[in-house]
Design a protein around this ligand. Structure first.
Ligand code: PEP
Ligand code: MG
Length: 757
């Protein structure tokens, strides 16, 4: 059954025409379940009905014509209940509706399962039979499993289809699940797509000769590569593990494999589609085998397929001449990519992976580059050089939009600029509420390009300098003197103002090209202080560089990321002291007099330390809350995972109460407290934090004026009552709606909308 199921899903996702794919699907399901009718209905949410799209058993004349309201008939019932309905005699069911045009009079048994993607009912799959009987548990389980898998395939087939239709349907868009605010209008450039057959959208073409040449050349290149690889490795390895290259070469040479791909090309598929179809077919067959060894070979075939694909793609490589301005599209936009393209006309970013609080999204916000993240069903290769409108407020991507839509977005851009100009007027005024409560607004820095800009935005200092970014665009760790020069520049340009530098915080979704970390659960793994304590040589060099940079300036504070226990603080302190005394001993007595030891603080971002604030207060000089990670760890929601992005919310009552508790404890113990997560960028978040007792808010440079404007337009005492009420609310949605109401009442309507949050 598993093999049949996989084949059905595979063939469905490989189809280029939805109608044909659905027809093929219903025939396959009918055959697999040995029944007399299988039909598929797709939901039209605007019209609130299910449309019969294809059937093997019902009248063809009804396809595309017969619809059932969302609350009507058995199909409607399946959709409404969101569960399978399995009945022996459908016609006797009170919800049965007789629709003569479908010609189902003879069928009694009925089994229907909903097709659901991300909680949304996309359609209903049904099977029917003349004999009045309840379908077996196995049959029901098969249909449920198939529907669940079909949902994902359906979304991506629809997404591919949308590209061709998007010029007519300008209202259609791809929905991401996060991003960075702003609007970008321009040409899309797809970069460095990793050769991965699973992301290939199958396509037919007419230039078959060219496709055959591409495929044959790719086979030849891949063959040569394997020979070269095994030659090279033979010098190092002498065991049988190199036999795999011979297996690959044999497979490449085998008439079967090559001929099968060539046959597909001759049927009209382009080279990569033909390759995908054949490789996927092999993989399904191998994975279904009983023999474990042979089953494992499915992996080899996939690997071989991806290598071939890589060469096919290189042969049809895009002309990577960048236009003057462009929207960057990639499977997995990395921080390094952002850094690489930001000065080359980068207008916006589209990433299939990630979400609102991925580091790339945070960097994009800091650089003021609009982004849409987590559009995971996009067939990105088809987007290259197409025009798009990217809406980073609503996380939408419109492909090949019409002029009306472009004009609409030009207006949004203009309104946005106007509002920005308005808030900019307060940029250099103090962050003071109407009733005189004063706040300190600091910037989050560390981006090579954003840094110069940060100096003139009216900030009171740097609340978080992320040191990992300068470690990224390189081929090895920076030396002590390189780091000293860089840190000195930062400290000097904020001379007289506090600068909090965080020690290296890699791991999670930030990796260094020369220090790869491969883990199953990177956010729960080797990250932040855990790495640097395991590598004192890296930590000590960085601390020495910071201390040297601070010499004579004295505005440095050092902050430790990902602290989860007191032992880590003790160990880090020991190393910091060691670096300090080593450096002191290298100085002359006069110099030593002005060689100050900076304040040392910890980030509060792992829930365990919330319950050790008292203990920490005895050890460190300040706390800084990392609300991005604190939210992730409190709610057990991976901040980078698009599937659970809707669960990640700073306004979850548990997060707000934790933040409030931290503020109270710090106040009791007199420990200076700041916050440097993304929550402080949001007007709602900033106001709540202020009234909880946070005196120092650190945020992206672009948010300073906006947050200042909001602070200057409220009364602290009024907010106290709002906070009391918020802390009693029990779910996230009620916090949002209550805060929405309150901000409206405070006259901050412009900031309520997603556009300026
Ligand atoms: C945080 O976790 O809130 C934080 C500021 O650090 P980062 O986003 O770099 O993990
Ligand atoms: Mg963090």
């Amino acid at each position: 059954m598993l093999t049949i199921l996989r084949r059905i899903v595979l063939e469905f996702s490989q189809a280029s025409e939805l109608d044909q794919a659905l027809l093929h699907l219903v025939s396959q399901v009918k055959e697999a379940l040995d029944t007399q009718c299988c039909s598929v209905y797709l939901a039209d949410h605007q019209k609130q009905h299910f449309l019969l799209m294809a059937s093997n058993g019902l009248s063809q004349n009804a396809f595309g014509r017969t619809s059932v309201g969302f609350t009507e008939g058995l199909v409607g019932l399946v959709g409404q209940r969101e569960e399978p309905i399995n009945i022996a005699n459908a016609q006797q069911h009170p919800d049965f509706i007789h629709a003569p045009e479908v010609e189902e009079e003879n069928f009694k048994a009925f089994l229907g399962t909903p097709i659901i993607h991300q909680r949304k009912v996309l359609g209903v799959l049904t099977v029917q039979q003349e004999q009045a009987r309840v379908f077996s548990e196995n049959e029901e389980a098969f249909l449920v499993t198939l529907s669940a898998q079909l949902a994902t395939a359906l979304v991506s087939v629809e997404a591919q289809g949308m590209i061709e239709h998007s010029t007519q349907h300008t209202g259609k868009y791809y929905q991401g699940i996060g991003g960075a605010p702003g609007v970008a209008i321009g040409e899309m450039i797809v970069v460095h797509p990793k050769a991965d057959l699973s992301t290939v959208a199958v396509n037919r073409v007419s230039d078959l000769e060219q496709q055959l040449t591409i495929f044959n050349d790719a086979v030849e290149r891949t063959f040569i590569e394997f020979s070269q690889m095994s030659e090279k490795l033979k010098k190092i390895i002498s065991d049988s593990s190199l036999d795999i290259f011979d297996v690959y070469k044999q497979l490449l040479d085998s008439d079967n494999f090559k001929t099968e791909v060539i046959t597909k090309i001759n049927q009209g598929w382009n080279a990569q589609s033909a390759l995908k179809i054949i490789v996927d077919g092999y993989v399904v067959k191998f994975e279904a085998l009983d023999d474990e060894y042979l089953r494992e070979r499915a992996y080899d075939i996939k690997d071989l397929g991806n290598r071939l694909l890589n060469n096919i793609q290189n042969l049809v490589a895009y002309d990577q001449q960048l236009p003057e301005q462009f929207i960057l599209v990639a499977n997995d936009v990395s921080a390094t990519m952002l850094a690489e393209y930001q000065h080359q006309g980068l207008l916006g970013i589209v990433s299939l992976t990630g979400s609102n609080n991925s580091h790339v999204a945070i960097l994009a916000k800091a650089l003021n580059i609009p982004a849409v993240m987590g559009v995971d069903y996009l067939a990105i290769r088809q987007l290259h050089q197409k025009k798009a409108v990217l809406d980073g407020y609503a996380y939408k991507l419109y492909v090949a939009p019409g002029n009306a839509l472009i004009n609409e977005y030009r207006h949004i851009l203009a309104a946005e600029n106007e509002l920005q100009a308005q808030v900019k007027e307060v940029e250099h005024l103090p962050a003071l509420t109407k009733d005189g409560h004063s706040m300190s607004l600091l910037v989050n820095a560390g981006l090579s390009a954003g840094f110069e800009y940060s100096q003139n935005v009216g900030a009171d200092g740097i609340g978080l300098y992320r040191t990992e970014i300068p470690f990224m665009n390189r081929s090895c760790f920076p030396s002590e003197s390189e780091q000293t020069t860089l840190y000195r520049k930062v400290l000097a340009s904020f001379s007289g103002k506090p600068v909090t530098m965080r020690t290296l915080d890699v791991g999670g979704d930030k990796s260094l090209p020369y220090f790869p970390i491969i883990e199953a659960n990177p956010f729960l793994g080797w990250r932040g202080i855990r790495i640097t304590l395991d590598h004192p040589e890296i930590f000590l060099v960085q601390i020495r560089a910071m201390l040297r940079a601070n010499h004579g300036l004295g505005n440095l504070a050092i902050m430790l990321p990902m602290i989860s226990s007191i032992t880590e603080v003790d160990e880090a302190m020991r190393l910091i002291n060691q670096a300090y005394y080593e450096l002191s001993s290298e100085l002359s007595p006069n110099e030593r007099d002005i060689f100050v030891k900076p304040k040392i603080g910890v980030m509060i971002e792992v829930p365990s330390v919330i319950f050790q604030l008292e203990d920490l207060a005895d050890k460190v000089d300040f706390f800084s809350v990392g609300s991005n990670d604190l939210t992730q760890y409190l709610l057990a929601v991976d901040r980078n995972n698009s599937r659970v992005a809707s669960l990640y919310d700073f306004y979850h009552p548990a997060v707000l109460r934790a933040l409030h508790y931290i503020a109270q404890k710090s106040q009791q113990r007199g420990v200076p407290l700041s916050i440097c997560g993304e929550l402080a960028n949001e007007p709602t978040g900033a106001l709540l934090l202020m009234v909880m007792g946070y005196k120092n808010l650190s945020m992206s440079a672009h948010s300073i004026a906006k947050v200042k404007w909001v602070i200057r337009h409220v009364e602290y005492t009024k907010l106290k009552q709002i906070l009391t009420k918020v802390l009693c609310l029990t779910n996230t949605a009620s916090v949002h709606s209550y805060m929405h109401e309150q901000l409206m009442a405070l006259g901050l309507g412009d900031f309520v909308h997603a556009r300026l949050q």
